[in-house]
Design a protein around this ligand. Structure first.
Ligand code: FES
Length: 569
């Protein structure tokens, strides 16, 4: 084994070495721990403000057991946590900030290997992005999904919130029952129990190969999640000895495998911006078209909400992600190494599907449509995306008149008005929800339908936005329109009444307004004044990239490695 990085601190003689060790000893650490054991940093996004990660301190204790057992020296440290349900205006505004915290905390400290602990949506990509920019041996451990919620004997999950909310707005569900449902929705540790963004991210890290097998689906409250934590702790010590860095695992083929697996599980549209950002950090070329290209031949195999009926715990009982990976053995790249030293497909060799209602086969899939479709046209020259499995087939080719909401506040103030000039063929446009324009690209793209349409029994309409949508949401929604309205793209010039044509089979999104008219409109267009003049948000607005590039800050692309040339004393 090469000389450990941590020895640049703990192996020093004289005053510096004294200071590095002496203060650590106030935590009751014997001298020999500093004498050449791999030091494993446990990068923890635990926070009481991130309820989905509330159990991660307990899980870290099981990681530590494994690290000690394998001859390592574990040190847990906190990083910024992003709680999806509480944080305003949107956690996406802070994903890059959290990634900077993880990156600098890892690089600046005497660590040889890293275990990343995340769960709630952005906590996974943020710390993985940061770790990529340092590139030490690193393994990810997700917190695991919650058990399915329960209400009146039925399973419920995050996806149902939209249905309960619409029923409440229509007066079909009393306020009393609405509040009662809250108590049964999140009844255990863990992140959202459906294939929302958190579960998508957990599948992403497993399919990229940066976790041990079964990371994605073991429920948070299942004792086997603790066993996985223990084994992850053991394994990272060997990864340090093998110098199995992230850049050896995160190859172009690993990203392609992940896109295929994401299609098979019906992962969230947020997968796109996060995978692009991770690829940018580790130096792998990846573009929007890759998501369409590599998911095109992959059917939807997992019958999980929001595209299907079941929950993440059901996926685990049915065989877990390895059973899905095994189904894709003809499509996935072989020989792509993962954290345990075996390839993704080798890890799935012994997997078994125990329930064909949950994991269907490639020959007889749950749905033929899967993955992410990328549409382009004069409305979005750099692309927009849609998740076909969550959309209404009849609306995939649709022509209708635009109804424009300039901001999400305007939408909220007017959507229930009986005078709203829309019918079921209208195309609802939400502007100023992009990376710069909101700022932070919130999950508002799947705006609810106008009350007058709900009253008529309409269940879906085409909606287009430069924002994102929750991974637990559904509908015929075009998202991530690039360039966004706030930077002067054609999307910012759409007016109510314009004719818009969506053609997903042919990957087109067209604004039927002449170039001459758009040029005239552009002369009157003004960038929104967000009134932000200081702090992180100012830096974010000045440097954030567009959706098709991953929404990272331009100066964070790539990495700076793990070397630190100057001492602190
Ligand atoms: Fe944390 Fe859904 S709110 S994963």
């Amino acid at each position: 084994m090469a000389k450990l990085r941590s020895q640049q601190w703990f192996g020093k003689e004289g005053k510096d070495g004294f200071i590095y060790r002496a203060w650590m000893k106030n935590q009751g650490i014997p001298s020999d721990e500093f004498e050449g054991k791999p030091v494993i940093g446990i990068c923890n996004t635990w926070s009481e403000l991130t309820p989905c990660n509330g159990h991660l301190r307990e899980l870290a204790e099981f990681v530590k057991k494994g690290v000690w057992e394998a001859g390592g020296f574990p040190l847990e440290f906190p990083v910024m946590s992003l709680g999806e349900t509480l944080m305003k205006p949107t956690t996406m505004l802070y994903r890059n900030l959290a990634s900077m915290d993880a990156e600098e905390s890892i690089r600046g400290n005497p660590l040889d290997g890293i275990v990343l602990l995340g769960g709630c949506d952005k906590t996974t990509p943020s710390i993985l992005m940061g770790a990529c920019s340092v590139d030490l041996p690193t393994v990810f451990l997700s917190g695991g999904p919650m058990l399915a919620g329960k209400h009146k004997g039925k399973s419920i999950g995050t996806t149902d919130i939209w249905k309960f909310s619409d029923a409440n707005r229509k007066g079909e569900l009393s306020q009393e029952e609405f509040v009662e449902i809250e108590a049964g929705m999140c009844r255990s540790d863990g992140h959202c129990a459906v294939m929302g963004t958190a579960s998508t991210m957990a599948c992403m890290v497993e399919s990229l190969g940066v976790t041990l097998p079964h990371n994605a689906a073991i429920p948070a409250s299942d004792s086997r999640r603790k066993v996985l934590a223990h084994l992850t702790g053991r394994r990272i010590v060997d990864m340090v000895k093998e110098d199995l860095k992230l850049s050896k695992i995160l190859t172009r083929k690993a990203f392609e495998n992940s896109i295929m697996v994401n299609a098979a599980v019906g992962g969230s549209t947020n997968f796109v911006v996060h995978l692009l950002a991770i690829a940018g950090r580790i130096g792998v070329e990846l573009n929007l078209e890759d998501f369409d290209k590599f998911s095109e031949e992959i059917p939807l195999l997992a019958n999980l909400q929001p595209s299907g009926d079941h929950f993440m715990e059901d996926l685990y009982y049915a065989g877990g992600l390895p059973a899905i990976i095994k189904e894709l053995k003809k499509q996935l790249h072989k020989g792509v190494v993962t954290a345990n030293g075996k390839s993704l497909l080798e890890n799935a060799e012994d997997a078994t599907c125990y329930d064909r209602n949950i994991i269907e086969s490639v020959e007889s899939p749950f749905k033929d449509d899967s993955g992410i479709a990328v549409v382009k046209g004069n409305l979005c020259p750099n692309g927009g995306i849609i998740k076909p499995s969550a959309a209404t087939p009849a609306l995939m080719q649709h022509k209708g008149k635009a109804y424009v909401f300039e901001t999400v506040e305007e939408y909220k103030a007017t959507i229930d008005s009986p005078d709203l000039e829309v019918d079921k063929t209208s195309v609802l446009i939400l502007k100023n929800a992009g990376p710069k324009g909101y700022p932070g690209m919130p999950e508002v793209g799947n705006i609810g339908l106008p009350k007058k349409m709900l009253d008529q029994g309409v269940t879906d309409m085409v909606r287009i936005s430069d924002g994102r949508m929750s991974g637990t949401a559904f509908g015929t929604v075009i998202l991530h329109v690039s360039p966004e309205s706030a930077v002067g793209g054609a999307f910012g010039l759409v007016k109510t009444g314009d004719l818009i044509e969506l053609d997903v089979p042919n990957r087109k999104l067209t604004l039927h307004v002449s170039d001459e008219e758009l040029t005239l409109r552009r002369k009157d267009w003004e960038a929104p004044d967000l009134g932000v003049n200081r702090g992180y948000v100012k830096m974010y607005i000045d440097h954030v990239e567009q959706a098709h590039e991953g929404v990272d800050l331009d100066f964070l692309k790539g990495g700076s490695g793990s070397e630190v040339s100057r001492d602190s004393h």
